[in-house]
Write a protein that binds this ligand. Structure first.
Ligand code: NG1
Ligand code: MG
Length: 508
């Protein structure tokens, strides 16, 4: 039987109402909808946030990541209105005033320099219609309720875009397979200027209760559910938000997009070092990534060795670990002489390109004003070693030998990831480091930043019977000192335990 990727609608039928969405929140949303639009909604689209357990800043390098969907989600109540208008309102209408669009005009115009809350809605709408080859969609009334803290590294933006795409596709009578929907959502955020990878959108759409997801992007998008090991006490995760807001759309040129740039240049230099033909690289749609360089190196190698290695096993964990280990040595060879970082001239020299050619392939002008040295060696070391940790994390989760001390070995990998994010990829910050330190002191086995970093959230691996203890220490040592004014309700979505939740779905 050929496995076909299900659609969100097909899966939605298996979710009973209220399992994932708090029923009173759902009732409040539908009654508010009636109050605003005078009719009940036809349906509610739901897309959750995600927490990335391990595998940071490597989805756009083409490497697998290991997130899980969380209970916090974005809901959009929707009703087709039969006119060429879209009315978008938000339950928090002070902060996010209602907006109106025509179904074919201004909704396609997204100005990334204006940080407007409905931009993510426009991204979701535009990316889906363009994917369907349409310039116009059906009109509808919408009311949004977002419960994923913004800028917190829990993918509030991806939850918003995915929920929007669910709403738009259903109003237009479409029911795409999950992977197709995830790919379209991944491209959507580029309209607000963020060159994101595909982790958040895939985790939001394909999340599965009780499992984390091993998400691969290359050669095709593929999400494998991985059950977390059964331990006693159970494995649990605490999410703690630094409350330092890292809005990627604002900081992209000096943070997120700069790192994307550095890994793309790194892939070009590594490819050249390994004698791999320089594909037209770094096109936003199909950039040359570290993963592609690794695959091309080994496919070239296997035909040279005449080994004709059985690539069908290429997914096996041993092959992954062996290849990543070899590539870490190649990274040392290719970049080791530039541990201080590369100037633009040194990059141009290393790539044997002219400055104009470099500008063409990576539009690096926006970065040169902010950085004069690019730490390509360190970024490459992080990317390959983080990919190694993801594969090892999955291998440990799937090994069912009872004498494994899961907390210790999984926790160690998370701590190594945090060290690499802080020291090599430089996307941590003092608040993230402090939360990790406090949590480890309080009994967490693994603590690390999650999401883009530079603020946002941390994730901690703790035994289920230690959740309250670790939470209380974090409240005492971090939040009561830095944010004494926070109410209990605000704290409840700032530091909380979570388990793998289900993915996007419809509630009718
Ligand atoms: P967050 O922090 O949730 O925005 C971002 C990217 C991911 C991934 C992580 C780092 C977007 C929309 N998402 O996640 O693709 O690169 O950083 O692992 O930019
Ligand atoms: Mg985001």
């Amino acid at each position: 039987m050929v496995y076909t990727v299900p659609t969100v609608s097909e899966l939605s039928n298996i979710y009973s109402l209220g399992v994932d969405v708090q029923t009173q929140r759902y009732a409040r949303l539908t009654s508010a909808f009636c109050h605003i639009y005078g009719n009940k909604p036809d349906f509610v689209a739901r897309a959750p946030g995600r927490v990335n357990i391990i595998g940071e800043h490597i989805d756009y390098c083409g490497f697998p990541v290991f997130p899980m969907a969380i209970a916090l989600d974005t809901l959009i109540a929707v009703r087709a209105n039969g006119i060429d208008r879209i009315h978008l309102a938000n339950v928090n209408n002070e902060k996010y005033p209602a907006r109106k669009f025509s179904t074919s005009g201004d909704i396609f115009k997204i100005d990334p320099t204006v940080h407007e809350w409905s931009n993510y809605f426009k991204c979701g709408y535009r990316s889906l219609l363009e994917h369907l080859g349409r310039r116009k969609g059906m009109g509808f009334d919408a009311l949004l309720d977002g419960a994923v803290p913004a800028g917190g590294g829990l993918s509030s933006s991806a939850a918003f875009v995915c929920a929007t795409q669910l709403a738009v596709q259903r109003v237009n009578g479409i029911d795409l397979p999950q992977t197709e929907l995830a790919l379209v959502a991944t491209g959507a955020e580029r309209y607000v200027g963020v060159n994101s990878g595909g982790m958040d959108q895939t985790a939001s759409i394909m999340g599965c209760r009780g499992s984390a997801l091993f998400i691969e992007f290359n050669p095709v998008l593929k999400a494998t559910t991985v059950k977390l090991p059964k331990t006693d006490p159970a494995l649990a995760f605490i999410i703690a938000n630094t409350l330092v807001v890292s809005d990627k759309a604002v900081t992209a040129p000096v943070c997120y997009n700069l790192r994307v740039f550095e890994t793309r240049i790194g892939a070009l230099i590594l490819a050249k070092h390994l004698g791999i033909s320089n594909r037209p690289a770094c096109r936003d749609v199909d950039p040359l990534t570290f993963k592609i360089v690794m695959d091309e190196y080994f496919s070239k190698k296997s035909c040279c060795d005449g080994g004709g290695g059985d690539d069908s096993k290429a997914d096996s964990v041993e092959i992954w670990i062996n290849r990543l280990g070899v590539m870490l040595e190649k990274v040392q060879e290719a970049f080791g002489t530039h541990s201080e970082g590369y100037t633009r001239e040194e990059m141009v020299l290393a790539l044997d390109m002219t400055p104009e050619e470099l500008s063409d392939v990576v539009h690096e002008d926006q970065f040169l004003v902010h950085a004069d040295r690019f730490k390509l060696f360190q970024r490459a070391q992080h990317a390959f070693s983080e990919a190694m940790r993801v594969v090892q994390f999955r291998q440990i989760c799937e090994s069912d030998n009872t004498d494994t001390d899961y907390f210790q070995v999984l926790g160690d990998l998370m701590n190594q990831s945090q060290n690499s994010c802080r020291n090599l990829f430089e996307c941590s910050c003092t608040e993230l480091d402090e939360l990790c330190y406090i949590a480890r002191q309080a009994g967490a086995f693994g603590s690390r930043l999650t999401g883009a970093g530079w603020g946002g959230c941390t994730v901690h691996l703790v035994p289920a019977n230690k959740i309250d203890n670790v939470k209380n220490v974090l409240l005492r040592e971090y939040y009561s000192k830095r944010f004494p004014e926070l109410s209990a309700t605000q704290l409840a979505s700032t530091v909380f335990a979570t388990v793998p939740g289900s993915g996007a779905c419809y509630y009718v």
